[in-house]
Design a binder for this molecule. Structure first.
Ligand code: ZN
Length: 249
């Protein structure tokens, strides 16, 4: 399916990574930096409760330049887009003081309806201007598929809509779509080795509560919110499988 178009754009153009400063989008950034000669990042300020996420973005980018110079040379500008008016519409737990809980719909109260659709449309408009026709996002169906705007079918349809709506053969790439959280750690190791894993542990942010007080083996966070639990479980499973592989040798 349209693979010729995608290959051509990969050769000629770079990638724009939807980058939040979290674990998943940082692995996606590494994935893009290991494939494309030119990579830029875009972040969205939609009125997040925790500005800590926005701080992490800067540090992750700086640390990539310092610890992984081959990638650093490919890393272009960062773009920040203010979409606080959108955040105001989806006023839920991430953007207001409401408690984070599971709703009767089966979705967490942190869900902002259509958020990823909005991100990609903005990214496409920016990519159009920057000459970047591959858009990379860390959406994933494997561990948690409650967010309908993270699903593969949604993003395939969106890719088609963006292509039609811009007359540019944009490709939406989601390298984590079918990986578990443990497999995402293992991908990080494959892409950038121990340095990249250490960078992810130290500098990326996942916690819904925006806490960075306690350092766990998997990084900083409250340790009890759904995002921390997922990250901790994935890290433990990845470490366990790495130990198994070593002892099997
Ligand atoms: Zn947490």
């Amino acid at each position: 399916m349209a693979s010729q178009i995608v290959e051509r754009t990969q050769e000629e153009n770079g990638a724009l990574v939807l980058f939040s400063g979290g674990q998943d989008s940082t692995v996606c950034l590494g994935w893009a930096l290991s494939r494309y000669p030119r990579v830029e990042t875009v972040g969205f300020d939609y009125g997040q409760r925790h500005g800590v996420e926005l701080e992490c973005r800067k540090r992750v980018r700086a640390e990539i330049g310092r610890r992984l110079p081959a990638w650093g040379g490919r890393l272009g500008p960062d773009h920040m887009i203010d979409i606080t008016s959108f955040g105001a519409i989806g006023a839920t737990a991430l953007t207001s003081e409401a408690e984070i809980e599971m709703l009767s719909s089966g979705l967490p109260s942190t869900f902002v309806p259509g958020r990823n659709l909005v991100f990609f449309v903005y990214a496409a408009a920016l990519g159009y201007r920057r000459g970047l026709s591959t858009l990379v996002g860390g959406m994933c169906e494997t561990d948690y598929s409650g967010y309908p705007d993270c699903r593969d079918a949604t993003l395939k349809a969106l890719q088609e809509a963006i292509r039609l709506g811009t007359e540019i053969p944009f490709a939406i790439e989601t390298p984590l779509m079918w990986r578990t959280k443990a497999e995402t750690w293992s991908l990080a190791q494959e892409l950038g080795g121990d340095d990249f894993v250490a960078l992810i542990v130290e500098e990326t942010h996942t916690c819904y509560r925006g806490e960075r007080g306690i350092r766990h083996d998997w990084g900083y966070g409250c340790g009890t919110c759904p995002a921390c639990e997922l990250r901790a479980k994935g890290y433990a499973a990845w470490r366990a499988s790495a130990v198994e592989r070593k002892s099997a040798r």
